[in-house]
Design a protein around this ligand. Structure first.
Ligand SMILES: [Fe+2]
Ligand SMILES: [Fe+2]
Length: 254
């Protein structure tokens, strides 16, 4: 469903009760997308607020799914504008919502930035939002950020994998069953958005062992299929050093 004709923002239910809110942007040649995921339950959860400047657009999309006042949890993978930029606007619109992120992210950024105290999650922490349980996995520097973490919906086995498998392009289908590694490796070749951490393969293997049914990417399509295989392929591609990492970022000014 298109929720804003001007921006092309759309909302799609990509798994049971999980709504992908997608806004296309022209920040790189060929376009780019920023996704938030809204999970419907007794205590609805918004994962990634989108940029502060996009708040009215993202809010409009949230309201197509549920009254924003119902939202109880607002979090993100790591502290950057596309993950948390609109946090305080959403906290004002959803007075009972609690911000959350990884424990170190709360210490370094969230509790300074957020208008209300944030909940810091430790690796392996689980919490209920009603009919489903969410699990937090601390994934430092994968793909980037000391504070990086990933949220796993244990009921649908959806991995809210943040910037992993970032795919360029403005007109991506909400869900794809075609592998997204080639496209995300193309993106990594264009902009090396990975920290070169020694723990990357071990962390990707840990995510693969969850056997996710879906990779809910923050940029690009959500992938439905053998996510474990794709995570392992990503790990071996990185280990082989096959990414074409020499190109400089190709930002364009609109
Ligand atoms: Fe990021
Ligand atoms: Fe991101």
């Amino acid at each position: 469903m298109i929720t804003n004709q001007e921006t092309g923002t759309r909302v799609d239910e990509v798994a049971a009760g999980i709504y992908r809110i997608c806004t296309p942007l022209d920040v790189i040649a060929g376009g780019f997308t920023v996704n938030s995921y809204l999970i419907a339950d007794d205590e609805p959860l918004l994962f990634h607020t989108g940029y502060r400047k996009l708040f009215p657009i993202t809010l409009e999309a949230v309201r197509k799914v549920m009254p924003v006042e119902k939202v109880r949890w607002i979090g993100g993978s790591h502290f950057e504008g596309d993950e948390f930029g609109a946090l305080n606007d959403f906290l004002a619109a959803a007075p009972e919502a609690t911000p959350f992120g990884t424990e170190i992210g709360v210490l370094t950024s969230l509790n300074d930035f957020a208008s209300r105290p944030a909940r810091g999650l430790r690796d392996g922490d689980e919490f209920s939002i009603g009919s489903r349980r969410m699990k937090w996995l601390y994934t430092p520097h994968v793909p980037h950020g000391w504070d990086c973490g990933i949220l796993f919906d244990l009921s649908t086995k959806t991995l809210l994998c943040g910037d992993l498998f970032t795919q360029p392009g403005a007109n991506m289908p909400p869900v794809t069953e075609s592998e997204v590694l080639t496209a995300s490796e193309g993106m990594r070749g264009m902009m090396d958005y990975y920290a070169h951490a020694t723990s990357t393969s071990a962390i990707l293997e840990r995510l693969a062992s969850l056997r996710p049914s879906m990779l809910a990417c923050q940029h690009g399509s959500a992938y439905r299929g053998d996510s474990a295989a794709l995570l392992r392929e990503l790990a071996s591609t990185i280990e082989r050093g096959n990414g074409k990492l020499s190109a400089q970022p190709r930002a364009v000014t609109a």
